[in-house]
Design a protein around this ligand. Structure first.
Ligand code: BES
Ligand code: MN
Ligand code: ZN
Length: 489
């Protein structure tokens, strides 16, 4: 088991739950609430002793293990200053508790939600933190003992529905992380399609997969062009959850599913090329969200679309200078085969625009190295065509703590992707506004008047952010929590 998958709500006295440990919060002013006094008594004054020894400061992110006289265990987590309790604090605390459980081989824990935490988002965040903090990626280790994980957690207090929802959301994030962390020889387009089909087994979810021959015939010349350099079968995956009223416009999520990006003929340097197994993290967002939808079953119409292939070089590969025709009939001059993500998305966005009458389209892609230069691993770059949609996204970002930063999509940038011999080219102005050039290119493939937002997750999808609910250097699954909040499911 690579993550904790049994998180339940509980009420009443924590002593009745018979878990191996209890976790309780303390504020920076170090005044003991009634909750913590109870735990302290049980531990034979263990917490007050730790306080006198200055071992506990109550700072956000701090989690300490306290061992009582009879060997009973408590985790004390920091809540920061009184009166400022935010969901993110509980997410960090719960994740820290999970990590300490694992490093101390503690199988089960009762996590006490502070009595004064009335906000449902706090309950949800605690559940998310417990699951996400327990995430480990060890499926390729064949040596050593069976890796330890927590078996069960009970969250005491808070809101039951929000706790269940948080655990389900985190489950979707863990699925995405698994698909993303797996290497390119395992997490292939077929692997993504298999997972989509598995999710599609639930009622209300329909999954369709177009093979190379089919999507090529349909006119997806951009995806076909990128896929021409590989024998690994490419896929165009459609996941439809149509549980809403017939006349309700669907919300569409599109994700870049590039399972390995060598750059193609415009080959990438060797250093860090291995990280290009993560070039399908946009697909991870979409499949993760659809997994959550398949469990929560909202009465809504939501469609996920994942164009998926490798980008390889070879005698069949597409070339710099080639002109491809996308699904909406627009022609694309390929000036660099390494700007392939925008090509496969061009077909997916055109397909979404033509086959549906969407309320909005969101796309997720590890699209540009330039977004890492601009925002580091701290935030996702967003840009789009509809101010009220962008406002909603910023709101969900603030609620979930998954940071986004908006870039402008002004006319000047749209001009920079115009080609002299085709309709558009897959590069912008050399060395300038690289992430916006990606968005400006995609803009040509979204039907006018459809609200659309592009998420460049190249900086946020993996890497070192030092958060207890993420793993250093591994995939993060970021944007799934934000999207679930935005969709109001
Ligand atoms: N998948 C990459 C973007 C990327 C690079 C993500 C590094 C994370 C880290 C994308 O396909 C790509 O190669 N983009 C090029 C675009 C350029 C050729 C216009 C890039 O960013 O260098
Ligand atoms: Mn590339
Ligand atoms: Zn790429």
């Amino acid at each position: 088991m690579a993550h904790l998958s049994n998180v339940k709500y509980g009420s009443g006295d924590w002593r009745n739950n018979k878990t191996d440990a209890v976790a309780v919060g303390i504020y920076e002013d170090l005044k003991m609430s009634r909750q913590i006094q109870g735990v302290n008594r049980e531990l034979g004054r263990g917490i007050s002793n730790a306080l006198s020894a200055n071992l506990l400061k109550g700072k956000i992110g701090e989690v300490k293990i306290i061992i009582g006289k009879k060997g009973n265990l408590a985790f004390v987590f920091g809540l920061g200053k009184v009166g400022n309790l935010a969901p993110e604090t509980l997410r960090k605390a719960a994740a820290g508790v999970s990590k300490l459980c694992i490093s101390n081989s503690v199988s089960s824990v009762s996590f006490l939600i502070p009595k004064e935490a009335k906000d449902d988002y706090i309950s949800q965040a605690a559940a998310e933190g417990l699951v996400l903090g327990s995430y480990q990626f060890n499926e390729f280790k064949t040596t050593g003992e069976e890796p330890f994980n927590i078996k069960s957690a009970i969250i005491l207090g808070g809101n039951k529905k929000a706790i269940t929802k948080g655990a389900i959301i985190a489950e979707g994030v863990c699925l995405a992380r698994n698909l993303e962390n797996r290497p390119g020889n395992v997490s292939t387009p077929s692997h993504l399609a298999d997972h989509a089909r598995k999710i599609g087994k639930t009622p209300d979810m329909k999954v369709t997969v177009f093979e190379r021959e089919k999507f090529t015939k349909m006119g997806m010349g951009a995806l076909a062009g990128v896929a021409s350099g590989t024998d690994e079968p490419p896929k165009f995956i459609i996941m439809e959850h149509m549980a809403g009223p017939k006349n309700q416009k669907p919300k569409i999520l599109v994700g870049k599913g590039l399972t390995f990006d060598s750059g193609g003929i415009s080959i990438k340097p060797a250093s860090k090329m291995d990280e290009m197994k993560y070039d399908m993290c946009g697909a991870g967002v979409v499949i993760g969200v659809m997994k959550i939808i398949s469990i929560l079953k909202p009465k809504m119409n939501i469609v996920g679309i994942v164009p998926s292939t490798e980008n390889m070089s070879g005698d069949k590969a597409y070339r710099p200078g080639d002109i491809l025709t996308a699904y909406n009939g627009k022609t694309i001059e390929v000036l660099n085969t390494d700007a392939e993500g925008r090509l496969i998305l061009a077909d997916a966005l055109s397909y979404a625009s033509e086959h549906y009458d969407p309320e909005f389209i969101l796309d997720f892609a590890t699209l540009t190295g330039a977004v890492v230069v601009a925002l580091g691993h701290v935030a996702t770059g967003i840009m789009g065509t509809d101010d009220s949609l962008i406002e909603k996204i910023k709101f969900s970002s603030a609620i979930t703590g998954e940071k986004v930063w908006e870039f402008p999509l002004w006319e000047e940038y749209l001009d920079q992707v115009k080609s002299t011999i085709a309709d558009v080219k897959n590069l912008g102005a050399p060395g300038q506004a690289g992430s916006i050039a990606g968005g400006a290119f995609l803009h040509s493939f979204v039907r006018e008047n459809i609200p659309w937002c592009h998420f460049d997750i190249a900086g946020s999808a993996w890497g070192n952010k030092n958060l207890p609910y993420q793993n250093k250097g591994l995939a993060t699954g970021e944007m799934i929590r934000l999207v679930v909040d935005l969709l109001e499911i």
